[in-house]
Design a protein around this ligand. Sequence first.
Ligand code: SAM
Length: 500
Amino acid sequence: MTEHSGRGSAASLNTPADVAASALSRYRDLVDDWDAFAAALCRPLPGSVWANPTRIGVDALAGLLAEQGVEAVPVSGLPGALQVPASFRTGQQWWYCIGLAHAQEVVSQIPATLMDLRPGQRVLDMCAAPGGKTAQIAFALGNRGTLVANDVSFQRIKALQGNLDRLGVVNVTTTCGDAGNWPAAGGQFDRILVDAPCSSEGTVRRNASLLQRMALANSERLGPRQRALLRKAVQRCRPGGRILYSTCTFAPEENELVVADILAELPDALRLVPVSIPGFRTAPGITAWQGRELPADLAHCHRFWPHHNDTGGFFIAVLEKRGDLPSEPEPKPAELSDAEHDDWLTGLDAKYGFPEDYWTHYRVNRQTRRGLHLMAADHVPPAVPKSEGSGLFFHRTNVRPPKPTTAGALLLGRDVSRFRLELTQAQRDAYMRRETFEPTAAQAALDQRGQMMVTYAGHALGVAIFHRSGVIESQFPRRWSGCAAGPQQGQGGAPADAED
Ligand SMILES: C[S@@+](CC[C@H](N)C(=O)[O-])C[C@H]1O[C@@H](n2cnc3c(N)ncnc32)[C@H](O)[C@@H]1O
């Protein structure tokens, strides 16, 4: 490996000779241009970010980047996405921390666009964490209805929930378990994403050391789990519904061979759907591998080779379940404790002056002793399997005075008519660093003190306390602020208890 100095930190990159000497050499006959393939794997991967459609347009996001001197390039085929330089620290920007955007590899953004998503569909994301695709699906459903996001790892579910909170997603219930055992009592779904655990060979541009660890044995080990996941997805898909199977690996053993085996198990129930992917050059799925002939329609799969679009490697298959098969009854909904929240909403209305009938867009319920969650009004979590959480934790009621969480303030802050403070740029930066700062003369002249929702350029930032002593104290949570805190993190007047 050779050293490459990006803007900021140095990162290790491979050489074409490293690629040739690696386990990837077994794909020599699959790739149209080996030299271009190997060269692409040795370049850093450009960054990519999409605009949160509930908070900002892509042009406005490009404007924020331009203010920082960053040239953002539109991504053809992905209207909400921008490409940014590989060395740009997207996750450390103030606008990122308040959920105006999400960083996600370009190829990873494609599956959700091929699921034919529409509001009203019931959707399952089987292997969801850390949740980039979950968030895309949630917004494609209009942030309404029911999306269930599952992952086998509890820690990764926590990370997923953090992303959904930051982005203001209210139509997701999370579950934690082996999706290969997803229970029939959880019902059927119109759309299912199987973004399968894989050997990740296509991510080597982001993680150069992976090259040395690649081996056929990894793919052979993962195959049974991938088949179990896809098999279960077919069972849990409604007749006429769509399943998207994707991996970020080149290995046919994890891609076409998995799809071919499941198709062979259920020849009358399932078909591969030919889809076009405008804006991207892809290669068809392979129909023969190491002496095994595969059905011709495996060519409907898409392979993304890194040198074709300057991306990571990826594989996508879109499957449809036959429409005239018998469908199952609707699953039993979870019993949510909807009691005793009206007084809390009345209190929020009285203080912040929300528009009339504001809460009719939402379903509010108590999932923890700490406070209340907010879900889309038509979100229906299933009774089975047990959920880790539904919607967004938005209001802490076990503190005096009760306090909107940062996720709640980011979601609701633009809609309040009282106790709202528009910050200057310098105040915004201090706020994101969790500092205590001085009000402007106009702010000091206001007669409102205490807990306030703060905004910058109309974008909700979170909650602050405007003290009678005349200073404004940031309540931006410590665990959210690492990204935006900059070099002064932890210095000065960081509040002792600003956690949500
Ligand atoms: C490729 S990642 C998913 C990335 C995610 N879809 C996204 O866009 O952010 C694969 C995920 O599958 C999870 N996983 C592995 N085995 C699983 C299983 N049997 N059931 C459910 N999830 C599983 C892993 O924990 C990992 O988070």
